[in-house]
Design a protein. Structure first.
Length: 66
């Protein structure tokens, strides 16, 4: 997944309900469609993985150099 894709997903992942709870959750998605709940979990996991890899990748490259 590219940085551009993550930038496009970010506004949807950060939406909040009027009471302050997150909007884009598996529970919210399941109320619309059970299959959509899995997609919500997967897309959140891909977003989190992408952000974590930005931190870990440079560290792994430095470790290889050492």
């Amino acid at each position: 997944m590219t940085d551009e894709m993550m930038d496009l997903m970010e506004p949807y992942l950060n939406l909040k309900l009027p009471n302050g709870d997150p909007f884009y959750t598996a529970k919210q998605a399941k109320s619309a469609n059970a299959a959509l709940a899995g997609l919500a979990v997967w897309s959140r996991a891909m977003y989190d993985y992408h952000n974590a890899s930005k931190i870990v990748k440079p560290k792994l490259e430095m470790l290889q150099i050492k």
